[in-house]
Design a protein around this ligand. Structure first.
Ligand SMILES: CC(C)(COP(=O)(O)OP(=O)(O)OC[C@H]1O[C@@H](n2cnc3c(N)ncnc32)[C@H](O)[C@@H]1OP(=O)(O)O)[C@@H](O)C(=O)NCCC(=O)NCCS
Length: 153
């Protein structure tokens, strides 16, 4: 069973492992290599930022993924990732469902979730569409083509 919980400072190591998993970060907008020190600073800052929320997914007590919400007003961007050896097993749908429930609990006024996806990231596009995201639009993200896809919750 997959469970979700808020991230803690002790998750820095796992988040770095996930960030440096080449199959995970290849589609990220910020995909240059990151030093451990910079990563630590970023995680600490993010955990203390009320407009950001990071949750960790666990399976049988082991961390397997994360979801981050970057909130502006009643909207949020979403960034979700799963450790690569578990990709393609259908975990994504459950992960997104759990993420939305947690988001609604902690920030009930959020009405819209936005995802910006690399057009080549087929698994991710399929996952979001299957989970009720739509209104697909071609946009640019960090000077690269992106697909913006949204869900009203
Ligand atoms: C996005 C991510 C969380 C999806 O989780 P997942 O458990 O691997 O996804 P699923 O197994 O549920 O697959 C989702 C869909 O994509 C399909 N799929 C999976 N891998 C695929 C691939 N390499 N090529 C094409 N389709 C693929 C699946 O068949 C499924 O479609 P279906 O339900 O029609 O069969 C995971 O792949 C990941 O961490 N990717 C790297 C980070 C990322 O890109 N995040 C998204 C940006 S916000």
């Amino acid at each position: 069973m997959i469970v979700i919980r808020s991230a803690k400072p002790e998750d820095i190591k796992f988040l770095l492992e996930l960030r440096n998993d080449s199959k995970v970060h290849r589609y990220f907008w910020e995909n240059a290599a990151i030093t451990e020190e910079d990563h630590r600073e970023w995680v600490k800052k993010t955990l203390n930022d009320p407009s950001k929320k990071i949750y960790i997914y666990e399976q049988e007590g082991r961390s397997i993924g994360q979801v981050r919400f970057d909130i502006t007003g009643d909207e949020t961007d979403i960034n979700i990732s799963l450790i690569s050896f578990l990709h393609g097993r259908g975990y994504g749908t459950t992960m997104l469902e759990l993420a939305e429930k947690e988001l609604k609990k902690s920030n009930p006024r959020i009405g819209k979730i936005k995802a910006y996806i690399d057009p080549e990231n087929i698994a991710s596009i399929k996952l979001f569409k299957k989970s009720g995201y739509g209104h697909e639009k071609s946009v640019a993200c960090k000077n690269r083509p992106a697909i913006k896809i949204v869900k009203h919750i």
